[in-house]
Design a protein around this ligand. Structure first.
Ligand SMILES: Nc1ncnc2c1ncn2[C@@H]1O[C@H](COP(=O)(O)OP(=O)(O)OP(=O)(O)O)[C@@H](O)[C@H]1O
Ligand SMILES: CC(C)(CO)[C@@H](O)C(=O)NCCC(=O)O
Ligand SMILES: [K+]
Length: 249
């Protein structure tokens, strides 16, 4: 079994797949290393022979996680590394090492699946958009705050924006102008995301007049999917790229 981890800024997405990659055996989303170890301990008949991970956390945090995985599973996790090129895909950053590894893997995954020009939008703690041309050249992208950051900033920097988490979830049933603080903020922030995605779509149409695929991923992808009717929502896009960047030796 192969254990795969995508260590984002707020959550760790993990899954266990069969050695040949054909079956997904276990999967989860956790908010801490200790919750990850609890989940792994609770997985019945887990026999991990290989582990690969991508992390956008600090090197120290990532090294600590790798050390604990070795203690628990006896397996040395392989960490995805920055690269200026993988296969036909070229990193478009001035300094390729500065491009977030989750973005790079999502780019590799999207081009692998699409084999054509692509727009990739990842909606997590941060939201990122990346453009890849039909011949695999990553053309750069955009970063903006995601939903969790937008709502936190509003409540941190105002006195009277306060509402309950449960009310927030209910507020997103529709996107009419809000008649309560929760509705106004939650819907306002979702409209920011949707506007961002619509703008990326316009940019992609201008950049790739011959056509392109749109890939949406990240925890909040569902909130924007109908902005791009033809988009593919690929929850595991980063893992698709991870397998390409870290093939088993
Ligand atoms: N099962 C879930 N667990 C946690 N968050 C979820 C889940 N489903 C949807 N979400 C939403 O996903 C968002 C977090 O997205 P995601 O997990 O892709 O990113 P992240 O790991 O926090 O950050 P990063 O951008 O660094 O990857 C939150 O806004 C949350 O509302
Ligand atoms: C933008 C995030 C936080 C998205 O997870 C991550 O990709 C990251 O830390 N990137 C480094 C900065 C950059 O990509 O330019
Ligand atoms: K991510």
């Amino acid at each position: 079994m192969i254990l795969e981890l995508d260590c984002g800024n707020s959550f760790i997405k993990w899954r266990v797949i069969s050695r040949d990659g054909s079956q997904r055996l276990f999967a989860g989303v956790v908010d801490s290393d200790s919750a990850l170890f609890d989940s792994l301990a609770a997985a019945p008949q887990l026999q991990v022979s290989h582990c690969r991970l991508v992390s956008v956390r600090s090197d120290a945090e990532t090294e600590q996680l790798v050390a604990r995985l070795y203690e628990l599973l006896g397996v040395e996790a392989v960490c995805a590394q920055s690269a200026s090129q993988v296969g036909a895909v070229c990193n478009g950053y001035e300094d390729y090492r500065r491009l977030g590894l989750d973005r790079w893997l999502a780019v590799l995954g999207a081009y692998h699946l699409g084999q054509c020009a692509c727009l990739v939008v990842d909606l997590g703690t941060a939201v990122t958009a990346d453009f890849i041309s039909a011949d695999g050249l990553h053309q750069g992208g955009f970063i903006c705050p995601g939903l969790p950051l937008m709502r936190d900033q509003l409540s941190t920097h105002t006195r009277r924006i306060r509402y309950d988490r449960q009310v927030a979830l209910a507020a997103l049933q529709e996107l009419e102008p809000g008649r309560s603080t929760a509705e106004a903020v939650e819907r306002g922030c979702v409209l920011m995301l949707r506007g961002f995605v619509a703008e990326q779509l316009l940019q992609a149409q201008a950049r790739f007049p011959e056509g392109f695929e749109v890939f949406l991923t990240g925890g909040d992808a569902d909130l924007v999917r109908d902005v791009v009717p033809g988009a593919q929502v690929v929850t595991d896009l980063v893992f698709v790229g991870l397998a390409i960047a870290c093939p088993l030796s």
